[in-house]
Design a protein around this ligand. Structure first.
Ligand code: GLA
Ligand code: GLA
Length: 694
């Protein structure tokens, strides 16, 4: 049973007017893709025709068409079928599969097969195999056994991508390209080390400069030349660790560029190029890699037994932020996966709930992995749409219903995107820096991001998750839960944002390090301390809760607490610690200052949910941010997409009980009755998609 928040007609009306006004907000996120001849919302599946006799394809495609599946991703992992021996290409089967798909009105995303090199390749060119950190070379088998730096591998990857593009770059049924599959493990082979050393040399020019920034006199680390620098992922100087991550990010970027340079000259410009990412995975900087991609895409799998819809929505927003426009869900689970400890299914109804949540957060396509399991191979137990016998499994019907609904609501959602007034900054260098030296094992930088995200999402109902390099001007509130690494240039931009009327919220551990992962010469928040008129006197890891009281009400801090002090007379203390370890007793924990037209607030601890919620309420009120649709029951998610003079609300009931939502004005029920309605009853995991005039 979920509690219901108070509602009043007046709040509805005020909010509705407000909602209409912000449709002219400056952040116009373009539609990511545009195919005049394809449905605006695409439902899809990963299809592996190479794993089945051709005689079977027609039946598969008719079953897909019957489920309103409009797109298949094909080809990733099929290198040994496309190039059975070196330089001998066979694309006939792929061409026939794409043509047959077209006959069933199913379009295609082509995957380059470079996450699965064939056996002839790794046998003939063992130098293409990846080395782990301990110098152990991978063997052929499984997948992702390649080195991302190896020149021979790059050449072979370029060649296969180019041949694919020559064949399919103008194929009207191919809408885009996925490079490789889920970039992840770097290689520590000699080429990678050599490239890292040259990368450092280019950046620092002299080794003396590197020694200075890395404080290399510490433990006699001073280097005489760049080739002496070790390459490891932990236990090293934090400056080295951070630079290695940056190098890995640049390498995945150039790995992408290598294939893009093979595809783009032969492909129509309407064909997008992307890769499929993994939510909060932090092996490289997604903003760096996405700088060379056309759209963002991710694989949405629920990592635990519990579908935490707010956390899942945050990962959608994260992905939308890579290009600041709509994105694709390239893979998602047809109820369950095969790689968790216990692969429990999503509950009946939650597959559809998740699909609509993706659309609500700006997805243009939702594709299930996978259509049908291969008869053998490592993933025989994974969720599918049709079984080994070739007939639909139970979840097929739920996906089919979702497909019918995508078709009904598609034209209303075409050209629309979410538009947020508030932003949360995700910063890879800061996440890495904290992770290298958590100090408190429970200080998970992603957990901290989500702690700030939750109330922001619940109260504003639309959040952009952005890079620190993205423009901030259009946002009324910008939160930096963990901007641990900061440069003077970033500090200057943040101060300008506040002076011009922005409301800035900094979380604990903010602005502690410079871009070399060295401690700032001033106390936290470093280059923002004078501007804040307050600073961190000392930080403490906590193993028990500490009481917090103040304007926000009472609650606790846990995991991390900073003892703050105030230097400026107009910096206000809005919460203090109660009695705890002596150091923190009665000391400030949250301080705030008005500067120019805006404000800066510093939160020195990991506050509990209620305190963070109250803090958010105050900040949003001060900044004039209102929810899209106030008064909805807890657990009912509100998403809005707008653009081209249209507005569409997507309401999702994530609860196990029916919920009632009154609407501020009559809206057209796009996937239900098609009538104009002024209230909606949402079944458990129920969805309503409602259009209204701007
Ligand atoms: C040991 C070492 C020191 C220092 C401290 C830190 O005692 O000898 O160099 O690392 O630990 O606690
Ligand atoms: C990942 C991979 C897919 C498949 C799924 C299974 O997302 O990209 O190839 O292995 O996991 O969940």
């Amino acid at each position: 049973m979920s509690p219901t928040r108070p509602t009043t007609a007046n709040v509805f009306i005020a909010s509705f007017i407000h909602a209409v006004l912000i449709l002219s907000a400056p952040h116009l996120h373009a539609q990511a893709t545009n195919y005049a001849d394809k449905p605006p919302l695409l439902l899809g599946a990963a299809w592996y025709p190479e794993q089945w006799p051709e005689s079977r394809w027609e039946k598969d495609l008719s079953e897909m068409a019957a489920a309103h599946i409009d797109v298949v991703r094909v080809g990733e992992f099929a290198w040994s079928t496309m190039e059975p021996s070196e330089g001998q290409y066979d694309f006939g089967w792929l061409e026939r599969a794409i043509d047959l798909a077209a006959k069933h009105h199913v379009c295609v995303v082509l995957g380059t097969p470079t996450a699965a090199p064939p056996a002839w390749l790794t046998t003939k060119y063992p130098e293409t195999l990846r080395w782990d950190e301990n110098g152990v070379r991978d063997e052929h088998g499984n997948r992702e056994q390649f080195s991302f730096t190896d020149p021979k591998y790059r050449q072979l990857a370029h060649d296969i991508a180019e041949q694919m593009a020559i064949h399919f770059g103008h194929n009207p049924n191919v809408v885009g390209w996925q490079l490789d599959n889920e970039y992840s493990a770097p290689s520590f082979d000699p080429t990678a080390k050599e490239q890292f050393h040259r990368w450092l040399e280019k950046k620092y020019v002299t080794v003396a400069e590197l020694n200075r920034h890395w404080a290399a006199a510490y433990w006699s680390q001073s280097y005489d030349n760049f080739d002496e620098i070790p390459v490891r992922e932990d236990g090293e100087n934090p400056a080295l660790l951070l630079e290695w991550k940056r190098f890995v990010s640049e390498t995945w970027k150039s790995y992408s560029e290598n294939q893009i340079s093979a595809i783009r000259p032969h492909a129509d410009s309407r064909q997008f190029i992307t890769t499929n990412t993994m939510g909060w995975f932090d092996g490289f900087n997604e903003y760096t890699v996405h700088s060379v991609l056309d759209i963002a895409a991710w694989d949405d799998y629920i990592p635990t037994d519990n579908y935490d819809y707010i956390a899942n929505g945050a990962a959608h927003d994260l992905t939308r932020g890579y290009k600041q426009k709509n994105f694709w869900v390239m893979e998602t689970e047809p109820a369950f996966v095969n790689w968790r400890k216990t692969n429990t299914p999503l509950l009946k109804g939650q597959v559809r709930d998740m699909a609509w949540q993706a659309i609500g957060h700006g997805a243009e396509a939702v594709e299930y992995w996978q259509w049908r399991s291969a008869p053998n191979g490592q993933e025989e137990y994974h969720g599918v749409l049709v079984g080994a016998d070739g007939t639909p499994v139970p979840v097929y019907e739920e996906i089919k219903k979702t497909g019918e609904e995508f078709a009904k609501a598609g034209s209303a959602l075409a050209g629309t995107a979410p538009h947020a007034e508030v932003a949360l900054v995700n910063d890879f260098p800061s996440r890495w820096a904290i992770d290298f030296q958590r100090h408190s094992a429970d200080f998970d930088p992603v957990g901290e991001m989500l702690a700030f995200y939750r109330p922001l999402r619940e109260q504003s109902q639309c959040v952009d998750m952005i890079s620190i390099d993205a423009p901030l001007d259009g946002y009324k509130v910008v939160e930096l839960p963990g901007l641990n690494v900061i440069s003077q240039a970033i500090a200057d931009r943040l101060m300008a944002y506040v002076r011009n009327g922005g409301h800035l919220l900094l979380g604990p551990r903010s602005a502690m390090k410079d871009k070399y992962n060295a401690l700032q010469p001033e106390r936290q928040p470093g280059p923002l301390a004078d501007f804040l008129g307050g600073r961190v006197d000392q930080f403490y890891a906590l193993d028990q809760k500490v009481p917090v009281t103040g304007d926000l009400g009472s609650g606790t801090a846990n995991i991390w607490a900073e003892q703050l002090s105030v230097q400026s007379p107009d910096t206000k203390v809005i919460a203090t610690y109660g009695k705890s370890n002596g150091w923190l007793d009665d000391q400030p924990v949250v301080i705030t200052r008005h500067v120019g037209q805006g404000s800066i607030t510093y939160v020195g601890a990991w506050l509990d949910e209620a305190l963070l919620s109250d803090l958010t309420t105050g900040l949003l009120a001060e900044a004039g941010v209102k929810p899209i649709l106030p008064g909805v029951p807890q657990g009912v998610e509100v998403c809005r997409r707008s653009g081209q003079g249209k507005s569409v609300l997507i309401l999702i009931n994530h609860n196990t009980e029916q919920e009632h939502v009154a609407l501020p004005s009559p809206m057209r029920d796009l996937i239900g009755s098609q009538d104009s309605i002024s209230a909606v009853d949402l079944a458990p995991y129920g969805v309503a998609v409602l259009s209204y005039e701007k």
